[in-house]
Design a protein around this ligand. Structure first.
Ligand SMILES: Cc1cc2nc3c(=O)[nH]c(=O)nc-3n(C[C@H](O)[C@H](O)[C@H](O)COP(=O)(O)OP(=O)(O)OC[C@H]3O[C@@H](n4cnc5c(N)ncnc54)[C@H](O)[C@@H]3O)c2cc1C
Length: 421
């Protein structure tokens, strides 16, 4: 990586070397532009390394452009041009063609076959070098200098000035600020006349009041149903995977419900109920427990439940049901069995709060969609400015949707910024 600022004028200066900025830089250089990519971290793509539990869920193969856009609610329409130009198929082709083989997992989630996000980062670094993109790291942009409707130059924190014909801001949102995403782009965009839809943490884990949840830390639940209740009314529910953290819950279904949880908790006490056995109706599960108790009448209840539940969950459930773990199958009373059954189908937690930006997977809010041309990602306020990635007011669910926004908007912005003379 080159850390000497060159005085020549670039066709395109890109601020922020995350997935969106790197894709934009590659596409612009392919289109013949001289590209400068600026990054304040010591290397590009630090957040990318953390994605998909370091396996990087690249995109989602179940989604055609319209279905994909629907995942972003009303705002999804904005994405259609970008998706038709460079969508899910083009993205997987891009990775496969460049030597990063991909695989599809449950729910259409696409991952590198190697299960290594580092391979994705390294692929981009290789391609940027091959395409002669100048990458400047450890370089923090302090200020953007402009006339009425054009950027003139960008000024670094060491006061050096960089000039280019066009500029692209891809500084991401505010989530996981330790990765470099500290919302800098919002400030500049606001100074240049853009409106910013208030940024807020999205796809966040929940904290629960029950301190003993710590005993379940790391326990991953597959195929559970989690429902959200307020005043005994079910407000939302999802089926899928979740994981216990040291102080609450996370995992795909919790993250995807976090937006609605955020709205619900503003109205008062909110509970979360876990159905550990959603595939079994209550009376069927009851029969199964009765049979297990009968078959294991001389065994301890702790051992009897071993076929039904993960090991770490058993003492917690038994404690909540008020049953001693060593009690034998034959001496479990009807009331104890019913209590156990009720907890297996409806295990309650009280939500304390959502975690904030520090642990949010993405940021909701950002540059107002009305002020960006969806056909080329150009700012409607500043002629030689483009946006790409999470900085734009779009937030999707888990499953590879958010990275696809980066690939699609980065690609579109890069090729249009390169062509704009
Ligand atoms: C733990 C975690 C796991 C995730 N997993 C997935 C997943 O598997 N699949 C998925 O689709 N999405 C996932 N996401 C979301 C995804 O990572 C983001 O949507 C994506 O990284 C946004 O890319 P971006 O390029 O827009 O911004 P970022 O990745 O945030 O990159 C912005 C870059 O700009 C730089 N920058 C900021 N300010 C300045 C400045 N002043 N000067 C210079 N440089 C600056 C930053 O240092 C950073 O490198 C995950 C997010 C997290 C936090």
């Amino acid at each position: 990586m080159n850390n000497n600022i060159e005085t020549e004028k670039y066709d395109l200066a890109i601020i922020g070397a995350g997935p969106a900025g790197m894709m934009a830089a590659l596409r612009a250089s392919e289109c013949g532009a001289r590209v400068l990519l600026l990054e304040k971290n010591h290397m590009p793509g630090i957040k990318l390394l953390m994605t998909g539990k370091e396996r990087c869920n690249l995109t989602n193969a179940e989604a055609d452009a319209r279905y994909f856009a629907d995942k972003f609610g009303k705002k999804g329409k904005f994405l259609l041009s970008a998706l038709y130009n460079f969508g899910v198929n083009e993205t997987t082709d891009f990775f496969n063609k460049n030597g990063l083989k991909t695989k599809i997992e449950r729910g259409g989630r696409v991952f590198p076959q190697s299960d290594r996000s580092r391979d994705v980062q390294e692929l981009f670094l290789r391609l940027l070098e091959r395409n002669h993109v100048t990458v400047l790291t450890n370089c923090k942009i302090e200020k953007i200098s402009r006339t009425q409707n054009r950027i003139e130059s960008i000024i670094l924190d060491n006061t050096e000035e960089i000039r280019a014909k066009n500029y692209l801001i891809s500084t991401g949102g505010c989530s996981y600020p330790q990765t470099g995403s500290t919302g800098d782009g919002y400030t500049w965009a606001k100074q240049m006349g853009h409106t910013i839809v208030k940024p807020g943490p999205a796809l966040t884990p929940v904290l629960v009041k029950e301190y003993w949840v710590k005993e379940l830390e790391g326990l991953s639940l597959k195929n559970v149903r989690i429902s959200i209740y307020q005043n005994n009314k079910k407000m939302d529910d999802r089926f899928g995977e979740a994981i216990f953290t040291g102080n609450g819950l996370s995992g795909p279904i919790i993250l995807d419900m976090s937006k609605s949880i955020g709205e619900i908790i503003t109205n008062g006490k909110t509970d979360l109920m876990i159905d550990f056995k959603p595939a079994l109706e209550t009376h069927i599960l009851d029969k199964r427990i009765l049979r297990d108790l009968e078959n294991g009448k001389n065994k301890s209840i702790r051992n009897i439940l071993a076929d039904l539940l993960p090991k770490t969950l058993i003492p917690v459930i038994l404690k909540s049901a008020g049953i001693l773990p060593d009690k034998k199958g034959h001496s479990i009373t009807k009331e104890e069995r019913k209590k156990l059954l009720s907890l297996l189908k409806n295990f309650p937690f009280t939500i304390k709060s959502l975690l904030g930006f520090k642990k949010a997977i993405i940021t909701a809010g950002g540059i107002n969609l009305k002020e960006i041309n969806p056909k080329n990602m150009q700012s409607k306020k500043i002629d030689n400015l483009y946006f790409a990635g999470e900085i734009i007011d779009l937030d999707g669910p888990t499953g590879g949707y958010n990275l696809q926004v980066c690939w699609s908007t980065g690609y579109l912005a890069g090729e249009n910024a390169a062509r704009m003379k």
